[in-house]
Design a protein around this ligand. Sequence first.
Ligand code: AHR
Length: 487
Amino acid sequence: MLFAQRRGTAWRALSLVAAIVAGLFLSPISQDQAEAAPGPSFTNPVVGAPNSADPTLVQYNGNYYYVATTWSSDVVMRRSATIAGLRSAPEQLVLRTGGDTMWAPHLEMVGNRWYLYYSVEMSGAPRRTHVAESAGSDPMGPYTYRGVVNLMPNNGWAIDASLLKLNGALYMTFSAFSPVDNLQSLYIAPMASPVQASAFGTRISAPTLAWERQDGAVNEGTFALQRNGRTFLTYSGSHCNGPNYKVGMLEYRGGDPLAQGSWSKFANPIFQRNDAAGVYGPGHHSFFTSPDGTETWIAYHANSSASQGCGTSRTTRVQKISWNADGTPNLGVPVSTSTVIAGPSGETGSTPRVKIRNQHSDLCLDDYNFGAAPGAEVRQWTCNNLPVQDWYLTAVGDGYYRIANGHSGLCLDNKDFGTAPGSVVQQWTCNDLAVQQWRLTTTNGRTTLVNRHSGLCLDNYNFGTAPGSEVRQWTCNGLAVQQWNVA
Ligand code: AHR
C-alpha cells in the first residue's frame, strides 16, 4: 500500500484544507463568499541562484510557470502547483536560443498561444530581442523560434521586452539607448502581431530623476499593470549593479500610447531597498494573480548584500501587493528572507510538507548545517520546527515522489548513482532522475522510502541515536532503522 495510506495529523489537516479549497472551486466565488484558503506558506527566495534574476512568473490554470535570466543559450522553465514548490521544481529546457547570455525572458499569452521574448547576443552582434511561439496552449511548449523583433533602427540594441495590450491594440515596451542622449530609456513600439513590430519604438521615459540615476542612469524591465480601466507601466530605475536598483511607475493618461506626452511619471519610486530586512536592489519584476484571481502578487529579484550587483547572486522573491485608495498599486516594502508568507489564495495543488522521523533514533531527517549548495549533507537531528527538517513531497508518477528540503530547495538524492548497500544520500539540484525518486510505502504508520535507482531503503546508518547520525541506503530489511514516521 502506497504512501497515501498514511492518515497522520499533517495529512488530516491537508485533507481538510484541500476539501475546503475544492468546495470553493465547485461553486463560483462571489464577493460575499469566504475567499479560498491560502496555499502552503513559504519564505523567500522562492527560486535560488543562479537562474533567478529578472523573473517572469505566470499563473495559468492553477499552475505557476517561471522563467528567468540564465546567462546561457537556453530558456528553462519551472512549473509548480504552489509557490512553495517552485524552489524544488526542476528546470525544464523549453528553448535553445543559439545565442549567448540569455537575459530577462518574458512569457505571455496572446490568443491561445504563449510567446517567449528574450534578449541574446548572436555571435557578437548587438543584443536584440527575439521571440518564440508555443505550439499550443501549454506554457511548457514546445516552442518554435519566430525571429528577431525589429524594435530599433539599424538592428539596434533592445532588451527587456514585454507586451502591453491597450485600446484593443498590441504594443511592445522595452529598453534601449537613445540616439539623442544615449540614455538607456523606455521605448514603446506598435505590434502588427505578437512576433512583428509595425514600426520602430519611440521613447516614453528617460532616467532623468535622481533616484533613476544611482550607480548609473537606467530605465528598463517594464511590466504593465492594469486595473479598473487604468494602465500603469512599472519599470526598474538606476543600475542593477548596485543596491539602489528600484521600481518606478508611469501611468497612461490617454492619447497616442506612442507619444511620451501620453504618459506621466510618478515622482517617487514605488518599491526599493529595505536595509532593515537585508534586501538590496529589488527590481526587474513581474506581476501575477493568485489561482482564485482575488490577489495580485509581485515577483522580483534582489540581493542580500549591498555589495552585490547584476550577477547570479540575484534571487527571486514574491509577495502580495495591495491597492491604495486612489487606485494606484501599493507594492509595500521587500520583506526579509526570514518572513514566513502564506501562499496565494486558491492554490489547489498540494505539496505536502512533512517531517521524516526515524523509528529507531527518534531523530528527524535534516539538512545538516543548513546546507544550500548541491551536495549538501543529509543527517538526523533532534526534531525541530525549522525549514531544514521540512520536506516537500511531489508525486512524479508510478507511486514515486520527489522529496525536496524546505531550506535548501534541493532534492533527496542517491549520490553518484549508488547501488551498493551503504550508498550515500545527499541533497542535489532537483532533476527528477531516478536517483531522486523515492517510493513511500506505509504500513501501520511506518513508512519505508525506497530509491528508484538503487532499490535500497533509506536507512539510519549503524543504528545511530545521537544528533548528527548518518543516513545512508541499505538493503531493505524491515528493521526500525528503515522505518520512518512521515507526517
Ligand atoms: O540581468 C540581465 C540584464 O540586466 C537584464 O536584462 C536587465 O534588466 C538588467 O540590466
